[in-house]
Design a protein around this ligand. Structure first.
Ligand SMILES: Cc1ncc(C[n+]2csc(CCOP(=O)(O)OP(=O)(O)O)c2C)c(N)n1
Length: 186
């Protein structure tokens, strides 16, 4: 499964939800399918997308929040999982696209390439629902189940280490930041 295939499959379920992604490949791929004002692409701060998502989920309990994370990012801040688990917002679905690689900066292997199990780490951190998937159908099912479950879920989706041909899009960081903040306030 590629991440673009996975994103394309679940895009209809992202359209009306609040979405926070990490920077780089996943942000460019989601934008290539279609940017929306309810999508925020967190630049630079690796490991903190789930923390941004957590804050939004806690302050907007009537909305569902989707965080699209990466293995390299989450490995930079494993404490983010313990904080997610401590507050366990029922309205947050945390997807980790695990390509075993820091793809956006050249493809250096991460610890998941040598056996570290992020779904196991999330479960041990106290995340009440976790899933590990490696096919498009399994991902689609796990994502739909997580949306319906009403319980904090981390889905670790193994994906191929391939990304977009270009990372720079015509949406600037500041434009996204102000548009998203206005969306949250509206
Ligand atoms: C704290 C920090 N260190 C380094 C970087 C540079 N950087 C940007 S994206 C990236 C790789 C992200 O890897 P991953 O989360 O696995 O996502 P992928 O690129 O594989 O989709 C790195 C190292 C950064 N943005 N922030």
């Amino acid at each position: 499964m590629t991440r673009l295939e996975a994103l394309t499959r679940v895009y209809p379920q992202l359209e009306q939800r609040i979405v926070v992604t990490i920077m780089g490949a996943v942000a460019a791929e989601l934008q290539s399918i279609g940017h929306r004002p309810n999508f925020f692409y967190l630049q630079h701060a690796m490991g903190l997308a789930s923390s941004i998502g957590l804050g939004i989920a806690l302050s907007k309990p009537d909305r569902q929040v989707i965080v699209l994370d990466g293995d390299g990012s989450i490995l930079m801040n494993l404490g983010g999982l313990t904080t997610l688990a401590r507050y366990r917002p029922k309205n947050l679905v945390h997807v980790v696209f695990d390509n075993e690689s820091l793809l956006s900066v050249g493809g250096f292997p991460t610890a998941t390439a040598t056996g570290s199990d992020l779904a196991g780490i999330a479960a041990a951190a106290g995340v009440p629902r976790t899933a590990a998937v490696s096919t498009l159908d399994a991902f689609t099912r796990a994502f739909a189940e997580a949306l319906a479950a009403g319980e904090l879920t981390t889905i670790v989706a193994k994906v191929e280490a391939v990304g977009p041909s270009a990372y720079v899009t015509d949406l600037s960081l500041l434009e996204n930041r102000f548009q998203f903040a206005r969306y949250l306030r509206s």
